[in-house]
Each structure stands twice: as C-alpha cells, then as structure tokens.
Design a protein around this ligand. Structure first.
Ligand code: PLP
Ligand code: COI
Length: 341
C-alpha cells in the first residue's frame, strides 16, 4: 500500500483506503486485546443487532501532523467519553476510555504515511465504530460487540475553508425527538437526516438545519454539526437542547471565545432570532467552522453576515482553533495528545 498517489492539497472528505484498522471484540463479558486488519470487509453475523435494530454508534476525531513534525491527536478522551454515553443509552457494551484511546494511538501509529503533511490543511480523520455483532432476533441487546477504529486522510468537509454556505430548514422533517437519542451519536440519527440532506443538496444547500421537534420554534443543530452564532455585541450564542450532540469543537470554541473576550451564551435559541445575528456557522470535527450566510425556510430567506468570507471574530475563532491543532499556537489548554511512540 502506498500514499504516493495522494494529492494532499486536494483531499476532500471521502473514504480512502489506508494500510490497516483495528478490531476489538467483546465476548463473554469482556473486551479482547484487539487485532490489526488490512482487509476492508468484515464478516458479520446475519442476525447481528446492528443490522436489524440499529445497535450502532460512531465517533469522529482528528490527528494532525504538527509544525514540529510530531503527530498529535485532538482530545481523544472526549470522544471516548461520548461513546460511553452513547453505548449506555442503546445498551451496548461501553468501550473503556483507556481501550478507546489506546486503539486510536495504535491505528494512527500504523498509518503514519497517511497523515497529511503540516501546512497542507488536511488531517487524519479517525472513525471509531461500535456495533452489536452478536445474534438476536427478539428486540434485545446483543451479547457481543465489535469496536473498530479506521482512519483516512481528509481535507475540509466543504471545499473552500471559510467560504460561506447556504442552509435550509424543512418543516416536514425532524432529526431527533425531544427525549430521544439526538444527544448521542447513534448511527440511526444520520439515517434520519439522509433524505432531507439529499434533498438539500439537490436544491443547492450544503446543510440542513433542524429545529426542536416539539414546536419547531427553537434551533437544534445542523445534520452533522452544531449551530453557533455571533452577535453584534461580541456574544457567542449556541443552543441548549436535550436533542443535540454535545460537540467537542463547540466546547473548544466556547473556551477560545471567552479567552478572546466574548461572552458565551448557551441557551434555547429561537429561530426568529436569526436575523439579529452578525454571523452564523456550523461547527464540528469534520466541518471545523463553516460559515452560513443564508438560511431558507419555506418562502422566507434570511441573509446573515457578509456574502463572501466571514466576520473577523469568526475568522479569529477558526484561526485559533486550527493553530492549536497543528502546533502553530501553544496548546495552553492541553487539548493535543502526542502520539505515543
Ligand atoms: N452534531 C452532529 C449531529 C454531528 O454529527 C457532529 C459531528 O460529530 C457534531 C455536532 C460536532 O461534534 P464534534 O465537534 O464533537 O465533532
Ligand atoms: C464528524 O464531524 O466527525 C461527524 O460526525 C460528521 C460526519 C457525520 C461526517
């Protein structure tokens, strides 16, 4: 396997084969020590609960080749903790944090050739996956689980970095029920967004924005990212809702925003407030920060911020976050975990 054919400056966000991935199995009440595989396919039991009943979850995080040549993984313990929360809610065997973090290190270390070089703007995307792999035909949790970690080099999810995109709200679709599973990262949440997302793409929108399922009055989040907004008074506003995924990126940006002198408001945010915002963006591991300069809902079109580029405070947030990740700025918060030798 070779990385020779990879154009590091034009990676996009798509599946790419790398050298290997790790698989751990949970059987008889315990996790095994894990094994590396080169094959891209896995044998799965025909009655696996993940296939029938959606006992499946994933995570997403990144490793970066830094300015000093070292490789650093961004806050893996946060993703480990979130995967534990997800596992508990859908009755899967939780992956202990130490096993999760160790598996991530092992896979990254085994695929060093696929980490985009410093300065390319790319990263190694790390995709941990947990699913019920044992057979059940009644609706019952599996007794066996598979935990895998695969990696691939990626560029920005949306081409053009801080180039703004258009978003759409469809009142015919909800992503997450008020007391459902929107606050954890189960695979089914993404299935729920598949149709509105494809429709959005066809209609020329990069992202779809979901509102609270009870009233369609408050903002929840985008299909694959949290919602953030900046006000003219240097406030960073992000929705508080039981139905949205607690984003690692959003937490980091809140910290950075405070240290840049902004006030952070985490509160229910009404859709009707959007015209008052100086800027809106989607934030997440894959999208980093993607400014949204137009939100359409039915016949109403709301334009936000500059038509091109983004407001200086959004740029500052983006610059600080990405500079910490690649070691251009000191990691004062202790977010980066150096790859174990
Ligand atoms: N919301 C959803 C629905 C997501 O899929 C993601 C991506 O993981 C996020 C928010 C952002 O979370 P994070 O910053 O932890 O990647
Ligand atoms: C991530 O940012 O890791 C996500 O989960 C988004 C992904 C569904 C592409």
């Amino acid at each position: 396997m070779s990385n020779k054919s990879i154009d590091w400056t034009n990676l996009g966000f798509k599946y790419r084969r790398t050298d290997c991935h790790i698989r751990h199995h949970f059987r008889d009440g315990q996790w095994d020590g894990g094994q590396m595989f080169h094959e891209e396919t896995i044998p799965v039991h025909i009655a696996a609960t993940s296939l029938h009943y959606g006992q499946a979850a994933f995570e997403g995080l990144k490793a970066f080749r830094c300015r000093d040549g070292k490789v650093r993984i961004f806050r893996p313990e946060m993703n480990a903790a979130r995967m534990i929360d997800t596992a508990r809610r859908i009755h899967m065997a939780p992956v202990p944090e130490s096993l999760f973090v160790e598996a991530v290190h092992r896979v990254v270390a085994a695929n060093l050739d696929y980490i985009p070089p410093y300065g390319s703007g790319g990263a190694l995307y790390i995709r941990p996956l947990l699913f019920g792999s044992g057979p059940q035909i009644g609706v019952t949790p599996s007794l066996e689980y598979t935990f895998m970690v695969l990696v691939m080099p990626v560029g920005p999810y949306y081409q053009g970095g801080l180039t703004p995109v258009r978003a759409i709200v469809y009142d015919q679709y909800d992503r997450a029920a008020p007391l459902g599973v929107g606050n954890i990262k189960v695979a089914g949440n993404y299935a729920a967004a598949m149709e509105p997302h494809e429709r959005a793409k066809q209609e020329g929108f990069a992202v779809e924005l979901f509102l609270d399922a009870r009233e369609h009055r408050y903002i929840d989040e985008f299909g694959t990212a949290n919602f953030i907004a900046l006000t003219k008074n240097h406030e960073y506003v992000t929705p508080e809702s039981r139905s949205i995924l607690p984003s690692v990126t959003n937490k980091c940006l809140q910290k950075i925003a405070r240290d840049l002198g902004m006030t952070v408001q985490r509160r229910p945010v009404e859709f009707a407030e959007i015209p008052e915002f100086a800027a809106v963006a989607a934030c997440g591991t894959a999208v980093v920060i993607t400014p949204v300069n137009e939100i359409v809902r039915g016949d109403s079109v709301c334009k936000i911020g500059p038509a091109r580029g983004c407001v200086p405070e959004m740029q500052q947030l983006y610059d600080r976050m990405t500079a910490i990740q690649v070691g251009d700025d000191p990691d004062d918060y202790g977010w980066n975990m150096e790859l174990r030798a």
